[in-house]
Design a protein. Structure first.
Length: 173
């Protein structure tokens, strides 16, 4: 169908159907869903969380958000995220908060965390190193550290040694 889309003159169907079929072929995102204990784990098997799949991801989040328990989004395969991808995560968060449930993000890579910090959303989500930690199977759930800019600035100021002014030298008379 992609070939037909590129050459509308050869398309036997109407051009609208060719465009529709083109989008179906191009926008299939890969993900898996697993239910464990009182949580649902949504693993996105894509390299980029971007505008190409964000609308489909929003729809899946609205369908898959569990009736009870936590919703864990495993982003360990994802290397980068753009504002459209962040918007999809915010849709899931908003949907879950209506019923006092939590969205947990597990395994976010540096590129994803950079996008989240740039958008100043690092306080909006709970981050965990892995799905295992998000489920709390290790006894105590360890959150991924997301230092704020204020704390980082304070650490730099404290660790930086104060410079002392050079002593003024008197002139010989």
């Amino acid at each position: 169908m992609v070939g037909y889309f590129m050459h509308p003159a050869r398309c036997l169907d109407t051009s609208l159907q060719c465009v529709y079929n083109y989008h179906i072929l191009k926008l299939n995102m890969r993900f898996t869903i697993k239910k464990e204990e009182n949580s649902t784990i949504f693993r996105l098997n894509e390299l980029n969380l971007d505008g190409r799949i964000s609308s489909e991801l929003k729809a899946e989040f609205l369908i898959q958000c569990p009736l009870e328990g936590d919703f864990i989004v495993d982003l360990s395969p994802v290397e980068a995220c753009d504002p459209d991808g962040l918007s999809a995560l915010l849709v899931a968060k908003r949907e879950l908060e209506e019923d006092d449930r939590r969205l947990k993000i597990a395994g976010a890579a540096k590129g994803v965390m950079h996008s989240i910090r740039t958008a100043q959303l690092h306080d909006a989500f709970q981050f965990f190193d892995s799905v295992h930690h998000a489920l709390g199977l290790d006894g105590a759930a360890t959150k991924k550290k997301t230092p704020s800019k204020k704390k980082a600035a304070v650490k730099k100021a404290v660790s930086k040694p104060k410079s002392t002014p050079k002593a003024k030298r008197g002139k010989k008379k």
